[in-house]
Design a protein around this ligand. Sequence first.
Ligand code: FPP
Length: 240
Amino acid sequence: MAEKQVPEHIGIIMDGNGRWAKKRLLPRVMGHSQGAKALDNLLNSAKGLGVKHITVYAFSTENWKRAEDEVSGIMGILREYINKYFREYADSDFRVDSIGDLSRLSPDLQRDIAQLKEASKDKTGIHLTIAMNYGGRDEIKRAVRKIAEEVKAGILQPEDITEELISAHLDSAPTPDPELIIRTSGELRTSNFLIWQGAYAEYYITDKLWPDFTIDDFKLAIDSYCKRDRRFGGRNEEKK
Ligand code: FPP
């Protein structure tokens, strides 16, 4: 079998922060804080591997159901890192983006994210997309509403609605679909993450808890992907 290329786009479900903290008798928010450090280390070590886009699931539409102190803890961590990336953007080559309905986030966090996106938009290094107040179904619902508005306004005809058009109305456009989605802490669920974009993604599940996930684990996931035979529903000679 021919050696496969490193995936261009990798999605990551950073699960297991709570269990990491519990094992150490620490508050859950300490697990998230350690999780953010693990992500930071990973991004710095992933340069040069050939991965162009990384999308991380930082806060889902369902995560609001968590205890108030955990939600505010995660929001605080997001703010801290977004500000850190903003302070460092001049010397860094990361492009930072977001997906999800940001309108439910605090106005200052929304402003900080918008500033960071604008400041880093021409950077040519890893394109990091942070999913915040993100749910795949919510993203599809919002895309369908936008399309419906365009049909209502006569800009589109119903027969113009193709898979490509739907993709183009998602928050993630124009980033290509992920070829690989990594999930830590052993759970075998998609949890509403990139459900449209990940239709043909390969999944890599590891028992490692997210705060313990390192660049070596990331390379193992890429190696596993490279060894797989991707068929897209056809035979392997008929790849998309
Ligand atoms: C899932 O673990 C993790 C989250 C809900 C939050 C993840 C957020 C971060 C790591 C911070 C991200 C920071 C940046 C800068 C993007 P869990 O709490 O569900 O773990 P458990 O299943 O063990 O309880």
